[in-house]
Design a protein around this ligand. Structure first.
Ligand SMILES: C[S@@+](CC[C@H](N)C(=O)[O-])C[C@H]1O[C@@H](n2cnc3c(N)ncnc32)[C@H](O)[C@@H]1O
Length: 221
């Protein structure tokens, strides 16, 4: 059943790695959300406005099914199917969902290249933070930099995870037959892209429980 009598949801999608998907979305979702909140210096999502870019369905499922407090959760994804499912099945007005038809070699090759203002023009503004879990891991550098620049207009802080390998010269596709399957960056290259997009890295955290290397950034300038 997609939605039960208590309003719990069970979206028929799974976008996570097998190591993550062997647990329920609420188990790994809660660990990821709690870790992000703690690192951002938040006691919880209570009273916060969070923009989740490349949202999939995991955090929406976690917030709803575990009755987490939050002021506003906006999920954005290039994949139309989960977004339309969430729009149809989620009744909780604290959560909203937006389809962004951004071209992605792996997820949406027929999409288009947005402009740096696109999210702002979709009224996605004034969030406390934007987050991306396992999204930069699937981006070529131009797309990653555009995403960073778009998000800078939406929130003063950014939390994201990425596949870091400081042995590579800047950027490499670890699975070259499948571009965007495993896009790895050196720390220096990622920092340079963030700087050009108007972000300063506050802190980074080594890979841990269900999460790759994580970065907290704040708007520079
Ligand atoms: C590995 S999944 C992670 C989903 C979710 N963040 C989570 O942790 O459960 C990557 C997600 O990013 C989305 N995505 C990838 N590139 C995107 C882009 N350019 N714009 C919006 N969403 C994108 C995919 O459609 C997919 O839902």
């Amino acid at each position: 059943m997609a939605i039960d009598a208590d309003g719990l949801i069970s979206p028929p999608f799974d976008f996570n790695h097998a190591d993550v998907s062997r647990f329920s979305p609420e188990v790994t979702g809660r660990i990821a959300i709690n870790s992000m909140c703690e690192r951002l210096g938040w006691s919880s999502l209570g009273g916060r406005r969070l923009l989740d870019f490349g949202c999939g369905v995991r955090f929406a499922t976690t917030i709803i099914n575990l009755e987490m407090e939050i002021d506003l959760y906006a999920g954005v994804d290039t994949n139309a199917a989960p977004i339309s499912w969430l729009k149809e099945n989620v009744r909780d007005t604290r959560l909203q969902f937006h389809h962004l038809n951004m071209r992605s070699t792996m997820y949406n090759p027929a999409g288009v290249t947005p402009t740096v203002e696109t999210l702002e023009l979709m009224q996605l503004r004034n969030f406390d933070a934007a987050c991306m879990f396992s999204v930069i891991t699937h981006q070529e550098p131009e797309d990653a930099e555009l995403i960073f620049a778009m998000l800078r207009r939406c929130a003063p802080r950014l939390y994201f995870t990425a596949l870091i390998d400081d042995r590579v010269r800047g950027y490499v596709e670890k699975d070259p037959q499948n571009i965007g399957h495993l896009s790895a960056y050196s720390t220096e290259r990622l920092k340079e892209m963030l700087r050009r997009s108007g972000w300063a890295v506050e802190r980074s955290f080594p890979p841990g429980f269900f999460q790759q290397t994580a970065f907290i950034c704040s708007r520079a300038g």
